[in-house]
Design a protein around this ligand. Structure first.
Ligand SMILES: Nc1ncnc2c1ncn2[C@@H]1O[C@H](COP(=O)(O)OP(=O)(O)OP(=O)(O)O)[C@@H](O)[C@H]1O
Length: 262
């Protein structure tokens, strides 16, 4: 297994946010982390990459507890793309993507050919090569998102964690980014809201409800009408699309309009 969570919990301010989560991520797979707002997806991603310490349970990388790996080792093998990652500095697209090489460089080594190759490849993968000299602050939200993904790809990680990578992207770029993530040999865990895109692009899904795993497995085993009703309170009809062969969730209108639920 690549990343494993063994009964992981995280509490803050007296509230249990992630509650006894166990996961085993197979190398090379694309795993979608689903669940309503506030169900703990971002918190779990931050625990999985060691940005937060668990208050219970254990996270292992190839059976080694994350605490026993050095920061640099973790940074070399794992990249995180957060939801609204931003930067204050006056930097270009190229500067941001070059940051992805930081874990691979030492005080003594200068910028190497392999660093340039990784940066160029990452820019090309997200279609931002022509924008390399554009100032970060002048990019649109979707372009920034693509540059952050390029920074993570330039890192050449074994595991890539993405928090809502399709946020801000138009549908063409959503499809392109998810297809790219799917094509990578890198193990990917990504928080997503769109159940249909998750069914199209993920090998496995993990559905969270109030910090706990409500279901985990293939899209076919996780995405059922009963479960979506239980977790999201939404009625659906689910069928296999005759167009692309993946599951497709049709959302049915709510019978009686009510206020927004907690
Ligand atoms: N540092 C913190 N202090 C207090 N509460 C927190 C903290 N971090 C997260 N929470 C709470 O934990 C819950 C889960 O948050 P999290 O961001 O993990 O959910 P999510 O599933 O990613 O949500 P969304 O889909 O809205 O992005 C939320 O109720 C949030 O307010």
């Amino acid at each position: 297994m690549s990343i494993q969570a063994h009964g992981v919990s995280w509490s803050t301010a007296g509230r249990l946010i992630v509650d006894d989560v166990s996961l085993a991520i197979t190398p090379g797979e694309t795993v979608g982390l689903l669940g309503p707002n506030g169900s703990g997806k971002s918190s779990l991603l931050r625990l999985l990459c060691g940005l937060r310490r668990t208050t219970g349970g254990l996270i292992t990388f190839d059976d080694t507890p994350i605490e026993t790996l050095g920061r640099r080792d973790v940074a070399r093998r794992l990249a995180l793309v957060e939801q609204s990652a931003t930067t204050d500095a006056d930097v270009t697209v190229l500067d941001v993507v070059r940051l992805g090489r930081t874990p691979w460089r030492s005080m003594l080594s200068g910028w190497r050919e392999e660093d340039s190759v990784a940066v160029e490849q990452a820019l090309a993968q997200v279609g931002m090569g022509a924008r390399r000299h554009q100032n970060w602050h002048t990019l649109s939200g979707g372009e920034r998102q693509r540059v952050h993904i390029a920074r993570a790809l330039a890192q050449r990680p074994r595991e890539l964690l993405l928090d809502e990578p399709t946020n801000h992207l138009d549908i063409q770029h959503q499809l392109e980014i998810l297809a790219l993530v799917r094509r990578l040999s890198t193990t990917c865990v990504m928080a997503l809201h769109d159940l249909n895109l998750a069914a199209m692009f993920c090998d496995q899904l993990v559905l969270l409800k109030e910090g706990r795993v409500a279901a985990a497995g293939t899209p076919e085993s996780v995405l059922t009408c009963e479960r979506i009703r239980d977790v999201y309170g939404v009625e659906t009809v689910i069928e296999r699309s005759p167009h692309h062969g993946c599951l497709h969730v049709h959302y049915l209108p709510q019978k009686s309009p009510v206020g927004m639920s907690d």
